[in-house]
Design a protein around this ligand. Sequence first.
Ligand code: GSH
Length: 203
Amino acid sequence: MRVKIALEEKGIEYVCQPQNLLNKGSLLLEMNPVYKLVPVLIHNGKPISESLVILEYIDEFWAKSFPLLPIDPYQRSQARFWADFIDKKIYAVAKQLWRVKGEEQEKIIKEFIENLKILEREITDDKFFGGDTFGYVDVALIPFTSWFYTLETFGNFSIEANCPIIIAWAKRCKERHSVSSSLPDPDKVYNFALDFKKALGLD
Ligand SMILES: N[C@@H](CCC(=O)N[C@@H](CS)C(=O)NCC(=O)O)C(=O)O
C-alpha cells in the first residue's frame, strides 16, 4: 500500500502483481530471496525490497514530482525517525495484537494505544505529519489504518475513543485519491487475518 500510494502521488504508472502469501510463488522468492516478503518494486528489471527503502528510491528516482521527504536534513532525519517508529512500535506491536488473547492481548492493546498517542502529538494542529503537505510519514502510517477494524474486532476496543486525532488525520488522508484507491476494504483485511490465523493454527 505504501508503494502504491507513493507511485500514485508521483503520477507513475505501474502494474501490481498480487502474491499469495500463504503459498509464495517463484517470482516473490526470486525477487526477495532474503526476506521473502511483499512489497517488492521491480524497476528496470531490478528488484528493490523493504517498503521504506522503496519509498526513498521512488522519491529519489522521480525527484521532480511530489517530494515525499522534506528537503531540510534535520526534518528528513525526523521523518525517517517516525517511519522507523511506525515499523517498530505500531506494525510490530499490532502484529502481536490479533494473534494472542486474554491478559497478553490487553497488555499489547495498552502499549499500542500509548504508541498511537505518541504519534498524535506529532500531528496536533497540523493537517499531516510534515505540516500542511502529505508526505513520507503519512505514507508510512496510513496503510496501517485499514487494519484498525480488524484490531478493534479481535481486541474488542475502540481506537477512535482513545485516539481521535489519528482518526481525524486518517479521514483527511483518505480524501486523497492515492490513498482511497490503494487501501483495501476493512472487511477484506479482516477476512485475510482470519485466514492467516487459521493457516498459522492460531484459532
Ligand atoms: N519490513 C517489511 C515488512 C513487509 C511485510 O511484513 N510484508 C507482509 C505483508 S504486509 C508479508 O509479506 N507477509 C508474508 C509473511 O509474513 O510471510 C517492509 O516494510 O517491506
